[in-house]
Design a protein around this ligand. Structure first.
Ligand code: PMP
Length: 362
């Protein structure tokens, strides 16, 4: 019998998304937090998992009530538990948003260069994808954003702040203007603050305007600042009209009892887990200065990564670093590379490897 699986036309020949997972000593390619949990946190997580294990014959709390309460308390800004939603990473949260608010005949919009998963959510939710542009310095021109929204009438606008891979945060006036433009066409705006905790002083969170902006969704993750990428917990704050819609499209019991327990322990230890954020911000600023000191062009960063360039052959530079055991990311506009901020020792290894690579004339 010959058989060809009836794959959707638009998925044929498509490579699965994902950075290369290569086992090298210095991994600075997926914006992880380089600091693992303390033994005290490990012990608490283990105890909570053991506890959850005793009732693993039962399905978990479908509404993850206790976790929503904890996340609302962490977010502050008057956010109530009913305004919180969570799923297995903010990637899943945003796919659910497209499932609920996108769909055939609808459009999602973002502005490039930006996070490369956005078009994939749109594709998977069978939503048309329209991409506007960012300025030379990767900021977003409000007039351009408003024009794209008015023209394409998206039901969903996806805007990371800080942006990945450039590190650019959005000023509050931009968030307000984009939300107003989207409201005109009955669209929602997702401000993806996956890296929100790493912002420099003076760049406020979009949570500040959530209460008075009914079409605003603020998405967060525990993967980065909380150093919990392996646990897979993303979440958002929005109006209850929006969170209730997400309850319709989620799969039943999508957040396992183990995930809920681990996330709650991490939130209990928020002070300790987030304590390294300041160190990482300082290391980020040092990385920006060092790269500029090498005569390179470096994007301003409010995140835990830095985009730098420009190289005639960026792949050769990436490979040169990899050959010395330092894995960074070949992403963003042509000629640029992105390095995640690691420990001081890891950054020293990066400096050494980059100096050697550039010394070869690349
Ligand atoms: N948004 C942005 C901008 C990201 O860079 C990432 C991860 N690379 C995510 C969302 C998703 O992260 P997670 O699913 O781990 O929450």
């Amino acid at each position: 019998m010959t058989f060809t699986a009836p794959l959707r036309e638009e998925l044929r020949g498509v490579e699965p998304y994902g950075a290369p997972q290569i086992d090298v000593p210095v991994q600075l390619n997926v914006n992880e937090n380089p600091y693992g949990p303390s033994e005290a946190v490990v012990a608490d997580v283990a105890a909570a998992v053991a506890d959850a294990t005793r009732t693993l014959n039962r399905y978990p709390d479908r509404e993850f009530t206790a976790l929503r309460e904890d996340l609302a308390a962490y977010l502050g800004h008057g956010v109530t538990p009913a305004q919180v939603w969570a799923a297995n990473g903010s990637n899943e949260v945003m796919l659910q948003i497209l499932q609920a608010f996108g769909g055939p005949g609808r459009t999602a919009v973002s502005f490039a260069p930006t996070y490369s998963m956005y078009p994939e959510y749109a594709r998977d939710a069978m939503t048309d994808w329209v991409v506007g542009h960012r300025e030379e310095d990767f900021s977003l021109d409000v007039a351009h954003a408003v024009e794209v929204i008015a023209k394409h009438r998206p039901s969903v606008v996806l805007l990371p702040s800080p942006n990945n891979p450039t590190g650019t945060a959005l000023p509050p006036a931009t968030v307000t203007a984009v939300c107003a433009a989207a409201a005109e066409v009955d669209g929602i705006v997702v401000i993806d603050e996956a890296y929100g905790e790493f912002r420099r002083a003076g760049t406020p969170s979009a949570l500040e305007v959530l209460a008075e902006t009914p079409n605003l969704v603020v998405s967060r993750t525990m993967s980065k600042a909380f150093a919990l990428a392996g646990a897979r917990l993303g979440y958002l704050a929005a109006s209850t009209e929006i969170t209730d819609a997400l309850r319709v499209v989620r799969l039943p019991y999508h957040l396992s009892a183990v995930t809920q327990a681990v996330a709650r322990v991490a939130l209990r230890h928020a002070d300790e887990l987030l304590a390294r954020v300041d160190d990482l911000r300082a290391e980020r600023d040092r990385t920006v200065s060092w790269l500029r000191g090498q005569g390179l062009t470096v994007a301003e960063s409010d995140a835990n990564y830095v985009l730098f360039g420009r190289f005639a052959d960026r792949h050769a530079v990436w490979q040169g670093l990899l050959d010395q055991g330092v894995l960074i990311r070949e992403t963003g506009p042509d000629g640029w590379l992105r390095v995640s901020v690691g420990t001081p020792a890891e950054m020293t290894a990066f400096h050494t490897a980059l100096t050697a690579t550039l010394g070869r004339g690349l």
